[in-house]
Ligand binder design. Structure first.
Ligand code: MTE
Ligand code: CO
Length: 423
């Protein structure tokens, strides 16, 4: 039996022994459950007594009604209007590495374009031998590939530059999703069009009202970019660019043009809005960095976290989170419970894929004392995630984008977590 009385801290051994000997209720930490009959065990529940819904009740399945709180959320004061706005992936509610399609954060500059795939075309023009126009059916006839990649908006964690602000990893780190894409390597489409020798840059363009464009160097396009039409096995969601989007693995989300309708080949970058007034980083000396495409290694503890407090009291506690790098894989994540005085290596679990999210766990015995939780990612290039102080020393405090500093959650005796900074 797991007893949570004062002065007697249950060890993992006791806990496991209790788990083996006691009924299920005790494993769940319901101390005293053996004295009072547990209605969840001794009474019939409605789902025991009546027939449930038959097949076809939900031709497209939805999560249980008890999971209704697991949802994307925006922060209304961040933007003036929801059509040019952002919402956030509920990272604190998720596990493993794949983001379910309906929970992928959305970022639109002019709302969701409702594109009819039969009327959609992708054009390749500019410095090519044969300008081409593809229908969706044409695209499906090229050899396609499957890859899991994270997409992180460069503005993720951008509200935290001046100090801790938003109380939850959904809001501080939720401009990210990680799905399996099915698509055609962009290099195959470019080969079909025949890129001229002076064709060094690409300008993908969206079919939404924003007509969003970004300059992408040819090497990246030929390396691993995909023209994707499926996510997690099914058609892209309208909000993710249905029927086709550009996938630019490891690079900032803004370059992953949705509702992709045109790719122009040119000999130099275009210096459009999204790579001049936006998506550049103003440094302390007044100069702006630009073309900071790669997303640096980053991690965050998703539970416990402000939206996911510890509710079970002292004893066994699973700390978990996610880590990712635009430059490769994450072989290692360290976790501290004392604000960085001591670090423990976390347990990585699940597939470790290039430019994909990774899942880590640290299983501890919580003594019920306050904690300062942090995680620190190491990527396969040897790069180590910096502290916010280290980042500010180089970048100053005027930046919006590319904040990959170490996040701190202060957990109190009650298990309530808060977004803080320590120095
Ligand atoms: N593509 C088009 N056509 N229009 C857009 O507004 N937003 C960009 C990018 N591609 C955008 C776009 C930005 S800033 C990001 S972070 C990602 O799409 C977000 O992708 P998501 O909505 O699938 O999360
Ligand atoms: Co973005």
């Amino acid at each position: 039996m797991l007893i949570k009385s004062k002065g007697m801290k249950p060890s993992r051994r006791n806990f496991l022994k209790a788990a083996a000997a006691a009924p299920v209720a005790a494993v769940a930490g319901r101390a005293g459950a053996q004295d009072t009959p547990d209605p969840a065990i001794v009474e019939k529940q409605p789902w025991n007594q009546f027939l449930g819904a038959g097949v076809d009740e939900a031709p497209y399945g939805m999560p249980s009604k008890f999971e209704a709180h697991v949802r994307r959320q925006n922060v209304p004061w961040l933007t003036a209007d929801p059509v040019s706005s952002i919402n956030f992936t509920p990272l604190h509610e998720l596990d493993g590495i794949i983001t379910p399609n309906g929970l992928c954060f959305e970022r639109h500059h002019s709302g969701v374009a409702e594109v009819d795939p039969a009327e959609h075309r992708l054009m390749i023009n500019g410095l090519v031998d044969r300008p081409l126009v593809f229908t969706m059916q044409d695209l499906m006839r090229f050899p396609r590939e499957n890859h899991v990649y994270f997409l992180e908006c460069a503005a993720n964690t951008g509200m935290e530059w001046a100090g801790s602000q938003l109380n939850g990893c959904q809001f501080t780190h939720g401009m990210i999703h990680n799905v399996m894409y099915t698509g055609v390597p962009l290099r195959l489409l470019l080969a079909e069009a025949g890129v001229k020798t002076n064709g060094k840059w690409l300008l993908p363009e969206g079919a939404d009202a924003a007509g969003m464009t970004r300059s992408i160097p040819m090497e990246k396009a030929l390396d691993d970019c995909l023209v994707a039409f499926k996510m997690n096995g099914e058609a892209l969601r309208p909000e993710q660019g249905y029927p086709v989007r550009l996938v630019v693995p490891g690079w900032e989300g803004n370059m992953w043009v949705k509702w992709l309708r045109r790719i122009e080949v040119g000999d130099e970058p275009w210096h459009h809005r999204e790579e001049t007034s936006k998506y550049t980083d103003l440094l302390a000396n007044g100069q702006a960095r630009r073309f900071t495409w790669e997303m640096d290694a980053k991690s965050v503890i998703t539970s416990p976290s402000p939206q996911m407090p510890i509710t079970h009291g002292p004893g066994p506690l699973t700390i978990t989170g996610v880590a990712w790098s635009g430059r490769g894989t994450i072989p290692r994540v360290d976790v501290t419970t004392d604000g960085g005085i001591t670090w423990q290596q976390a347990r990585m679990s699940g597939p470790s894929l290039d430019k994909s999210m990774h899942r880590f766990y640290l299983d501890i015995q919580w003594d019920g004392k306050p904690m300062l939780l942090q995680s620190r990612a190491h990527d396969s290039t040897g790069y180590v995630q910096p502290t916010k102080e280290q980042l500010r020393a180089i970048r100053g405090e005027n930046s919006i984008y590319h904040n990959n500093g170490i996040q701190t959650w202060a957990v109190d005796e009650q298990g309530v977590a808060e977004n803080v900074e320590i120095s």
